[in-house]
Design a protein around this ligand. Sequence first.
Ligand code: ASP
Length: 306
Amino acid sequence: MKWAVISTWKMSYEGNLQASDILKNQGNAEEAVLRGIGIVEDDPSFHSVGYSGLPDIEGHVRMDAGFMHGRTLSFGAVGALEGFRSPVQVAHKLAERPTNNFLVGEGAAEYARKHGFEERDNLTDDSYQRYLEESGKLKPLSAYKGHDTVGFVALDRNGDLVSATSTSGLFLKDKGRLGDSPVIGCGFYADNEAGAAAATGLGEDIAKGVLCYQVCTLMKNGYSAQSAASQVVSDLTRSLTKRREHCDSISLICMDKEGNIGVGTNIPFAFVCADDTHPAQLYLAEPAEGDTRITLISATEISGID
Ligand code: ASP
């Protein structure tokens, strides 16, 4: 059976390579997405996830993550979690329980501590310096440039779909602010009978469309992954622009139960995907009149892409 993995932004490239290796060697989708996201959480050169994530208004790196398994529909999530190496690992552990799957703040930290998750101060000199530079010049919340969620969606050879996310959320967000990334149906969703998805962009706008659940519902009803992704993003963008005169950046990756991928976006958006027929490659998706234009990024163009 086919395997496939898709992930958000160029920062996920190395993680996608490692996730692909796991899937290629008969590993499962769960291990693959956790490995892929873990690589990004540990890399201080990415300022929107894990180590060296950008802080909230109080100067604390408070992180959000979500995990969902498409076979059981089990999900786990953490919000505003501070001081741990891998929020997505904690979200994954929370998915084992029948209840109390979504924990935030001190409750999430207590749970992580009790279960022995590695602690780490994710505020680095570099991220604190950016905080000092920007915190004096507050603007209305917007998706800060380069401030993105890592999302992975994978299908393994057993036919299991998994989706997961991890982010430090918006730079200079209010204490306690949650975006879409830890919210089931908004930032992530997986259902073996429909498909799986993960989102990135301004959480408050993504949540208005409950995008990941919506795109899975369309796939369940027979839409191809690509037409479902293009449709939900362009519909929500149109609807918010009409009613509120503005829609912030929204991007979505998804996969159907056969491993076909779809991407919807209202901004230029880089993503990585691999399957049993080709290795991890970086692509650029751009909105194109209700549809999505997707181009392969050549090695010489890679340095110009976020
Ligand atoms: N969705 C994230 C949030 O709103 C940020 C992002 O993906 O850019 O927290």
